[in-house]
Design a protein around this ligand. Sequence first.
Ligand code: GTP
Length: 360
Amino acid sequence: MKVALIGVGQAGGKVTERLAQFDADMGFDAVQGALAVNSAKPDLQSLEFVDTQLIGADRVNGHGVGGDNELGAEIMQSDAQQVLSGLDGRVTSKSEAIFVVAGLGGGTGSGGAPVLVHELQQVYDVPVYALGILPGRNEGALYQANAGRSLKTLAREADATLLIDNDAWHEQGESVEGAFETINGKIAQRVGLLFASGEAVEGVGESVVDSSEVINTLRSGGIASLGYASEVASDDSGENIRTVMTVARQALLTGTSLPDATTADSALLVIAGEPETVPRKGVEKARRWLEDETESMQVRGGDFPLESDRLGALVLLGGAERSERIEEFMQRAREAKRAAESEQTDHAEEFADERLENLF
Ligand SMILES: Nc1nc2c(ncn2[C@@H]2O[C@H](COP(=O)(O)OP(=O)(O)OP(=O)(O)O)[C@@H](O)[C@H]2O)c(=O)[nH]1
């Protein structure tokens, strides 16, 4: 699938850069153009591999919006034309989709991404998707509240929102910074493989997945998730039937970007590996298993021919918003919002207390 990527905010820029880099290193050529947009100049200066565009300089002078996502949205609104012009030549006639990438908990990405998606929808005919990063459970209340509002708006504006939960793809005991590196690397590899899976040129046959299957799976709209797992493959495809089942199961149940999301409107199972090692029977069996597990009748399947001694499974879910994980997150976001509001009221009352006099 030929895509154009636009990263908004710090996390959005870093993840966009990793995705573009992975695609180039692997020689997939699925990422046609990439741009990072931010209101914080230092964040843009640390990116080396993608072009950058500063927004909101007249309002925040390159210092970012400090977690204020309403300001993030306003800035994107004012500078939208400038960002759209910056996309000239990056969204081409070959582009099959646009992805707006952002961390949903901060200010610039959280507020700016939904506005940019809305603007892009007015201009382009191809689907406009969001790739949103949800704050982990231990990230502060402001992040949770911001992400709740951002996600709600993205779900309305984007053709689909692929969610990566910051609690999903890192190892236990890592520092936050270390965890970001790990998570970003995994996003780049897994989402990068999804982009590239419709790009396969070698071994093209009936069973090879193509871009339209990714787009059709995302047509359910709402929230999407992506799971991945891989194992060493045997040279004998017969011996790989069990391996295909194992990686498909792990991709959905433990390797997913949105833990506990298994019910969906649609799904796509992509098995990546050397074509002669991929067992047809195994792929069909795993696809049927996925139908039962997701309770969806719309489960597509296909191969992604790839030079590797492993077999990998990618499981893309579309319309996964009924999951417990989303419900739990939205509850957390609502509570954080309420807590923030009552804190503001309490403070206002503190200063209204007349037992303390003003200085003058
Ligand atoms: N996975 C991942 N998450 C990140 C990374 N950097 C920040 N985040 C998350 O993204 C959210 C914060 O968003 P940022 O992108 O830092 O903020 P911003 O959009 O630049 O907005 P301001 O800094 O307020 O202007 C939090 O939930 C962070 O945990 C990263 O490199 N990787």
